[in-house]
Design a protein around this ligand. Structure first.
Ligand code: UGA
Length: 448
């Protein structure tokens, strides 16, 4: 494959690394900039520093072919690049607003080296209106500023990027918008061979390319995440009602979601949403709306529902057991969802911490997230290296992340290993009848 033009990607998080390897595996020469030298070292060795299906294979190939070039400074690649993608983190401030310090500092640093005529494309999730401010940094430099939000999910980053629903590119300069779209079209042309190397498959046929103005593009991203969060909290609200009746929330949402106007996705009730995106994007939206004098009570309610779910589930277990104090419990799963090693703001970690705080002896295990969970996990929680060691002799098992190995548990064997018989399915991912038929007591969310 002949080298195409040179591109720089700033910020090697989930979004940045995925973008960089896809471009590199499509023939571009890509400088991968990050200030974290440890991350760069891992990439240099041909691996990703986080788990995501298929990514290691693509990093390895791009490094071997010298198309992916880790760099600890913007000064190395930016002078040679026609397009710069900014993929830096946008954490939240203690008041819930978006912390844009990395967005601005990356742009300021890039502006020192960027050559006239280049495009600066923002992939970081930012409140609407941010681009208007950031673009002022490039005002005198003949640079066009573009918003190009990312919709990939952790754990399925490659799948979502290659077999996308839509690529959104927003900006005032039509040629630059078209230029960014053309890069994605190159990736799309190479997608079958890239997917083959990564070992992933999808039947999603063709997504849409959507061009908009700058503000719309920024608002599209946060609105999409907020709406998905809203769907989850809505499902959880109905699940609480189902708990007081004979209705089963899974049956309810299967039928409600069969209406194509509604859709079944993101209507799974359970311990609520976590991770590095939904919680901060929802609070960022509320805060940015407030700055414009707009109230967002619907999202405040979604947040409240979400924050209450783990306590709600812990209380259900407490009621079934009489008391949780002194009980030996297993928490299976610590990642904020299956398929990732990420345990940031994980409801599973929150559950383990609440149970430990209430006096239970908590053992926890995750196939990928044991290490990353440590930061937010209470020291009282004992992390185990195997599922067997976690469930032996426990009174209760909580399924806190829907990893396939938990969904496919041999319940007969598990029952023998436990000393009690309570099974709490915080993600409604088990076959309720099967659990009961194996002599276990089942508690789900919205499934009596
Ligand atoms: C989310 C969006 O889905 C992506 O489109 C977006 O690009 C990304 O944020 C981002 O802004 O970077 P992600 O945070 O990786 O992706 O995870 P999701 O798969 O959306 O799940 C978020 C949380 O919702 C998880 O804790 C999951 O367990 C929970 N969830 C999801 C539910 O509780 N119920 C559901 O029905 C679906």
């Amino acid at each position: 494959m002949a080298d195409k033009e040179t591109i720089t990607v700033i910020g090697m998080g989930y979004v940045g690394l995925t973008t960089a390897v896809l471009l590199a595996n499509s023939g571009f020469k890509v400088y991968a900039v990050d200030t974290n030298k440890k991350r760069l070292d891992v990439i240099r060795q041909g691996r990703s520093f986080f788990y995501d299906e298929g990514l290691d294979q693509l990093v390895e190939k791009a490094i071997k072919e010298e198309r992916l070039l880790p760099a600890d400074s913007s000064s190395i690649g930016i002078p040679k690049s026609s397009v710069i993608f900014s993929c830096v983190g946008t954490p939240d401030n203690p008041d819930g607003s978006s912390n844009l310090s990395y967005v601005f500092s990356a742009a300021k640093e890039a502006s020192k080296y960027i050559r006239p005529g280049s495009i600066y494309a923002q992939k970081s999730t930012v409140p609407v209106g941010t681009g208007q401010e950031v673009s002022k940094i490039f005002r005198d430099k003949k640079i066009t500023y573009i918003s190009n939000p990312e919709f990939l999910r952790e754990g399925t980053a490659l799948l979502d990027s290659l077999f996308f629903d839509r690529i959104v590119v927003g900006g005032e300069n039509k040629d630059s918008v078209e230029k960014i779209i053309s890069l994605y079209k190159v990736i799309e042309r190479n997608r079958d061979s890239i997917a083959k190397i990564a070992g992933i498959k999808s039947d999603n046929v063709r997504g849409k390319y959507i061009s908009t103005n700058l503000d719309s593009s920024e608002l599209i991203k946060v609105t999409a995440n907020a709406f998905l969060a809203l769907k989850i909290s809505f499902a959880n609200s109905i699940a609480k009602l189902a708990d007081h009746t004979g209705a089963d929330i899974v049956e309810v949402m299967d039928a409600v979601g069969a209406d194509r106007r509604i859709g079944r996705a993101f209507l799974n009730a359970g311990r609520g949403y976590g991770g590095g995106c939904f919680p901060k994007d929802v609070s960022g939206l509320i805060s940015s709306a407030n700055e414009h004098g707009v109230e967002m009570p619907i999202m405040v309610a979604a947040t409240d529902v979400n924050e209450g779910m783990v306590g709600y589930i812990a209380n259900k277990a407490k009621t079934a057991l009489g008391s949780i104090k002194g009980k030996k419990v297993a928490v299976l799963g610590l990642a904020f969802k299956a398929g990732t090693s990420d345990a940031r703001r994980s409801p599973a970690v929150k559950l383990a911490n609440i149970l430990a705080k209430e006096g239970a002896a908590v053992l926890a295990y995750d196939p990928k997230a044991n290490y990353e969970a440590r930061e937010e996990l209470s020291p009282k929680v004992k992390v185990k290296q195997t599922m067997d060691a976690t469930i032996s002799g426990v009174d209760v098992v909580f399924i806190a992340t829907d990893w396939p190995e938990f969904k496919n548990l041999n319940l007969k064997v598990t029952k023998k290993k436990m000393s009690g018989s309570l099974f709490v399915d915080t993600m409604n991912c088990l076959d309720k009848e099967n659990v009961i038929n194996n002599g276990l007591q089942y508690i789900g969310v919205g499934r009596k």
